[in-house]
Ligand binder design. Structure first.
Ligand SMILES: Cc1ncc(COP(=O)(O)O)c(C=O)c1O
Length: 350
């Protein structure tokens, strides 16, 4: 703390990202990254970028990338917004659509960055407790005076809402409904096809998970063009060039390489199904995951004990120190050999 800090900087509690350790040989299953490399076309696009491209400012509108995204989702380029990771897109969404005068509604157990953004912008939160089984009490998201944010599938539970529930939430709200689909490619249905039906729908996506591009920082939003204009207005009042030239090129190539994408996500889903069965056999249970992670607890051991045991053997998983979920581990689905290493540690110690 310094007297130079603003009251805002002194008062906020920043988000704590998962550990990014430098040690080699760790099995890193704590931040939901993809164990497979990005599309070779993304790498080729980076290599093909002329050096002078880096001497100039990048396209402020990320037009080629937005065209690629629009093409794969069957929407128009005006219905796509691109940002520096979906975290940045979410950060811009708060001042673009929410007001300070009434609370923003979201689940009590969800992506822990939402309350951090709310605090940064001096906004309040109305956290709706999830049901005992972590399912969403959908009706409690109706008639939200300042809008709603839903992670679908939810993080860290991995549970997905179906499109009927999303439609009901959209119909029962006049304000914005943000659907954060960071993990949708691993098992849930996207709400993107609903954007022309509901002008209060804003879908947020990332290339960090299913496209193996967490290191490039590319996220986007899809919504009705008129709705989306607010996001462009806020972005252009903060940073006109959020995406660098290499990120735009790599992301566009990756998005268009649908064959590679389908194969990579298929492998993750297959590994998840196998891994969950193995974990059940070891006494772990948890909600059914539609994501590239599972959320599980042991029948008798504390979450802290299991996390410590794994860490001592070089396997890192995430745990959240909050009353309802402190015994749960959020385990990223990596490659089969990584998951096998985790299972070996548990098997040896059970
Ligand atoms: C639900 C959810 N939304 C958004 C993000 C942010 O992803 P990125 O900023 O890498 O696009 C994450 C990252 O873990 C997430 O879990």
């Amino acid at each position: 703390m310094s007297k130079l800090w603003s009251a805002l900087a002194a008062g906020i509690t920043p988000y704590t990202p998962g550990e990014q350790p430098r040690e080699a040989n760790l099995v890193k299953l704590n931040t939901n990254e993809n164990p497979y490399p990005p599309s070779p076309r993304a790498l080729a696009a980076i290599a093909a970028t002329p050096p002078m491209r880096l001497a100039l400012y990048p396209d402020p509108e990320s037009s080629a990338l937005r065209e690629a995204i629009a093409r794969v989702h069957g929407v128009s380029v005006e219905e796509v917004f691109a940002g520096n990771g979906s975290d940045e897109v979410l950060g811009l969404i708060f001042p673009a659509y929410f007001e300070r005068k009434s609370p923003i509604r979201f689940a009590d157990i969800t992506y822990s960055f939402y309350p951090v953004y709310a605090a940064l912008f001096g906004m309040q939160c109305d956290e709706i407790p999830l049901n005992e089984d972590f399912s969403m009490p959908v009706e409690r998201l109706y008639d939200a005076p300042n809008g709603v944010i839903i992670a679908n599938p939810n993080a860290p539970t991995g549970l997905a809402l179906d499109l009927d529930a999303i439609r009901a939430i959209l119909r029962k709200n006049e304000r914005i409904v943000v659907v954060d689909e960071a993990y949708v490619d691993f098992g849930a249905k996207s709400a993107i096809p609903l954007i022309r039906e509901y002008e209060n729908l804003l879908v947020v996506r990332t290339l960090s998970k299913s496209h193996s591009l967490a290191g490039m920082r590319v996220g986007y939003a899809v919504a009705n063009a008129k709705t989306l204009e607010a996001l462009f207005r806020v972005k252009n009042s903060f940073n006109s060039y959020p995406l660098d030239a290499l990120a735009q090129a790599a992301a566009a190539a990756s998005v268009l390489d649908t064959k590679y994408f389908e194969e990579a996500r298929g492998k993750i889903v297959e590994t998840r199904e196998w891994f969950v069965k193995e974990m059940h056999a070891l006494g772990f249970t948890g909600p059914e995951s539609s994501a590239n992670f599972v959320f599980m607890r042991h029948e008798s051991l504390s979450g802290e004990a299991v996390q410590r045991l794994l860490r001592a053997s070089g396997v890192i998983v995430r745990r959240f120190e909050r009353p309802r979920i402190r015994d749960y581990l959020r385990i990223t689905i990596g490659a089969p050999e990584q998951m096998q290493r985790l299972l070996d540690v548990l098997q040896t110690n059970s």
